[in-house]
Write a protein of this length. Structure first.
Lengths: 377, 215
């Protein structure tokens, strides 16, 4: 497992723990308020029924109190309430309980029977009877279950979302570096091998020249990778101080490196990072020069909000155009392209611009950088 | 001398392999893509194939499946353990990790050639003929007695002809890695070899580096 993947797993685990801790902190008061609410409601209801029962029994003719009490409580059969009344000698006078309950008077609470939740209130009436109130807690039970399930689901969903976002982030940050590291391996292998060959092997003059040329060539490639790493670092840290950039000077610098480049400037200043813009244009021009027949001109143009690089080469296939326009969606076509194209897109994005490749009128390729944000002077 | 197919898309590395293998007397055919390699293997026989795992048009393993009966050493990036497992599963004979040392590459190539009985059986230079299998050396048709150590030293020098080998390398290859000898031991044996076979013009001392057998 790679280091960044380990870091990812560890941080995800920590985040998930913290997240579940928070979810518990939020859910626990809600659950306890549900339980307390149910207890208070039951107590109020029990008091009300007990009061009415007491009064009804008081008003009943002498000797008829027990049958009146039984008739009154009988009204509740078929509801979620059931009762039990005992006299002072613990003799049962009435019971509609679904199962036997023995609770001391003055207590209340929850009890479970065959998986079902019940709320009981045990009370002593002023007339001396022990009154037990039992309420079916299915509704409360269901509510509690719903709350716990909702909390668990939300917690899991947030944890998954967070894990995915973190993975994508870390993957994006770490991938280009590993790719660049991989790109460094070939020049390193070649340079080491040719240096050893020069040292150990009896070579002809021609072979020595070839070996030395390869070392020089591959070291250029290595410095290219190093330059790209530096640009990538700047792009990643967003440590790029933006300022006015003189387009004419920028183009002139490129024209000095590539003798076939001609340029026109109708947009004198861009607001951006000179080093990054220079790297972007260098990349585009380099690709254009490589795509052109030897000595064919490559044109650079700056019009308001647009920079364009045009070549008169044989143009790109549809497949290649697709890749250079959407480098993240399509597989890379050649190993030589390296990180160039994705990096160009990144620099364009950082400047509030968009890079598009199109086919020119004469079949060549046009790379256009269009600036949408008015970061211009 | 063996005929070797080099399949590597990076021209710099392909040329590097070719240069070194040709120096020690092998004949090399370079291929920059998998398709090229399969075509070449279809047209002519090879004693060995050096195969890069990452090719632009297809995976090296796919080439290996198509090209049968050619001993294969594959080239892989450091740390790609799954590559190694997969390569050996397909019947690869060895692997070399990039970036590699030239001396190590040559040693591994020789080892595979010997193991698959495709190494040269006999070597002749001037009036000297050496039969590797029989451990016999003849000069002008007459047998020359060499100690096992001298023979091993001669063998490693000729296998890596035109390549300079350090004293340390010669010690570990001819005496074995466990041997706690001094580099002086190598010098003494080289002197004996030169005297016995009159190879003064062929076994060259390379200043500050070691010895090289030159044809």
């Amino acid at each position: 497992m790679k280091l960044w993947q380990k870091t990812y797993l560890l941080s995800t685990l920590l985040c998930a723990l913290i997240l579940y801790g928070c979810m518990f902190g939020v859910t626990a008061p809600a659950l306890s308020s549900t339980v307390n609410g149910a207890r208070e409601a039951a107590l109020r209801e029990e008091r009300a029924i007990a009061n009415v029962l007491e009064r009804t029994m008081d008003q009943a003719p002498e000797g008829r109190q027990i049958p009146v009490m039984q008739a009154f409580l009988g009204y509740y059969s078929g509801t979620d309430l059931s009762f039990q009344v005992r006299d002072g000698q613990e003799d049962e006078l009435y019971s509609s309980l679904p199962f036997a309950v023995n609770k001391a008077p003055g207590t209340m609470g929850f009890l479970r029977d065959r998986g079902r939740l019940f709320l009981f209130v045990s009370d002593r009436l002023p007339s001396g009877f022990d009154f037990l109130y039992l309420k079916d807690g299915a509704a409360t039970d269901a509510l509690l279950r719903r709350q716990v399930t909702a909390a668990a689901l939300i917690g899991t969903a947030v944890a998954l979302l967070m894990a995915a976002a973190l993975y994508i982030l870390l993957y994006r940050v770490n991938l280009p570096v590993s790719r660049l590291a991989h790109e460094m391996r070939t020049p390193l292998t070649a340079m080491k091998g040719y240096a050893e060959t020069l040292r150990d092997v009896k070579l002809t003059e021609e072979q020595r020249h070839m070996a030395a040329s390869y070392i020089a060539e591959e070291s250029t490639r290595l410095s290219d990778v190093s330059a790209r790493l530096l640009t990538l670092h700047n792009a990643r840290e967003e440590a790029t101080p933006f300022g006015p950039v003189d387009v004419e000077e920028l183009f002139d610098h490129i024209a000095q490196t590539y003798p076939t480049v001609t340029y026109e400037v109708h947009w004198p200043t861009i607001f951006g990072d000179r080093a990054m813009l220079s790297s972007l244009l260098n990349n585009l021009v380099d690709n254009a020069v490589k795509a052109s027949p030897a000595g064919a001109p490559v044109e650079l143009r700056a019009a308001p909000n647009v920079l364009a690089v045009m070549d008169h080469g044989s143009g790109m296939s549809d497949e290649a155009l697709n890749y250079v326009n959407h480098p993240s969606k399509f597989k890379k076509l050649h190993s030589s392209g390296g990180l160039g194209v994705p990096l160009c897109h990144q620099i364009a994005r950082d400047h509030g611009a968009k890079l598009t490749y199109t086919r020119g009128t004469d079949g060549g390729t046009v790379a256009t950088v269009t600036f949408y944000n008015t970061l211009t002077s | 001398m063996a005929k070797i197919l080099i399949v590597e898309d990076e021209k710099a590395i392909n040329d590097l392999l070719k240069l070194n293998l040709e120096m020690v007397g092998h004949q090399c055919v370079p291929a920059l893509t998998g398709k090229e390699a399969i075509r070449a293997a279809g047209e002519q026989g090879f004693d060995l194939m050096l195969l890069d795992v990452m090719l632009p048009d297809m995976e090296g393993f796919a080439v290996m499946e198509k090209v049968r009966d050619v001993p294969t050493i594959f080239l892989t990036a450091r740390g790609a353990t799954t590559d190694k497992v997969r390569g050996f599963g397909l019947g690869a004979d060895d692997y070399i990790v990039k970036p590699f040392e030239v001396a190590e590459l040559l040693a591994r190539v020789q080892a595979v050639l010997r193991r698959t009985h495709r190494a040269e059986k006999e070597y002749t230079i001037g009036d000297i003929t050496i039969r590797w299998d029989a451990h016999e050396v003849f000069q002008n048709g007459e047998r020359v007695e060499l100690t096992p150590q001298e023979f091993a030293l001669l063998h490693i020098l000729i296998e890596n002809r035109n390549v300079c080998l350090s004293r340390q390398k010669l010690l570990s290859e001819a005496w074995g890695t466990d041997f706690l000898g001094e580099s002086r031991t190598v010098d003494v044996h080289i002197q004996k070899l030169r005297r016995k076979l009159k190879l003064e013009d062929h076994i060259k001392t390379i200043y500050k580096n070691g010895y090289r057998f030159e044809e």
